[in-house]
Design a protein around this ligand. Structure first.
Ligand SMILES: [Fe+2]
Length: 232
């Protein structure tokens, strides 16, 4: 067979051990962590690990994506250093092996000016790859110190965050440290603030219908509309 007629070989998940080990860190967190006695959290954790197990078992072809930094990724090294000393060190170390391959993005057509240098996320599993799936999205979101990520919700998508590095608060309700899991049920309005001195790195999982995961319609809530709806 000459070179021209050789089939193009696809790279599969098992050919990329760094990606595979990163997914196994997600599996460890969603399999062996605790639901703290909450039934919805327990159900969510099961949905995530069941979907993830079937993805790993299928050994899918990797979808190549161009690496893309964002201004906030200048904080990633510090976040990974902090993460490597914390409760989720395995995840932080596994992520540090693929940092040169991550595609960081904003997800909004119009990014609020205040967030341009302070926020970005990257997907590891999802409809666009690099590990393709239409039933689960796994990724990371990175915030610079002193960031306020405005009020938003996700229609028909259930979201969980697991803190990897840094301290943060959701809806001014608690301070979450590395190892904490926070569940945002579909439609729940949430706003995130991060501590003053360190960046904050969260691993996240989204479950929902194929249609919704493919078109998540990322929108920030309009504070003016909210005030009008609440009559204040
Ligand atoms: Fe969210």
């Amino acid at each position: 067979m000459n070179q021209m007629s050789e089939p193009l070989e696809q790279t599969r998940l098992y050919d990329r051990p760094d990606w595979l080990y990163l997914l196994r860190e997600f599996d460890t967190l969603y399999r062996h962590g605790t639901a703290g006695g909450s039934r919805p959290i327990r159900a969510h954790r099961k949905r995530v690990r069941d979907a993830l197990s079937s993805i790993i078992y299928a050994n899918p072809a990797i979808t190549p994506r161009a690496p893309q930094p964002k201004p906030v990724t200048t904080h990633l090294g510090r976040a990974l250093d902090l993460g490597a000393r914390g409760a989720v060190q395995g995840m932080s170390q596994a992520l540090s092996r693929v940092t040169d391959q991550l595609t960081w993005e904003y997800g909004y057509e119009k990014v609020p000016k205040a967030l341009i240098k302070k926020y970005a996320y990257c997907e590891v599993v999802g409809p666009r790859g690099p590990v393709p799936s239409e039933k689960l999205v796994l990724g990371f979101v990175l915030f610079a110190p002193s960031t306020t990520y405005p009020q938003h919700s996700h229609r028909e998508i259930e979201e969980s965050y697991i803190s990897v590095a840094g301290a943060w608060s959701e809806n001014d309700a608690a301070v979450h440290a590395p190892g904490s899991l926070i569940l945002n049920r579909p439609g729940l309005e949430h706003r995130i603030t991060t501590g003053e001195l360190t960046p904050c790195l969260l691993a996240y999982a989204w479950t929902g219908s194929k249609e919704r995961l493919c078109e998540p319609e990322m929108k920030l809530s309009s504070p003016r509309r909210e005030r009008m709806e609440k009559g204040i």
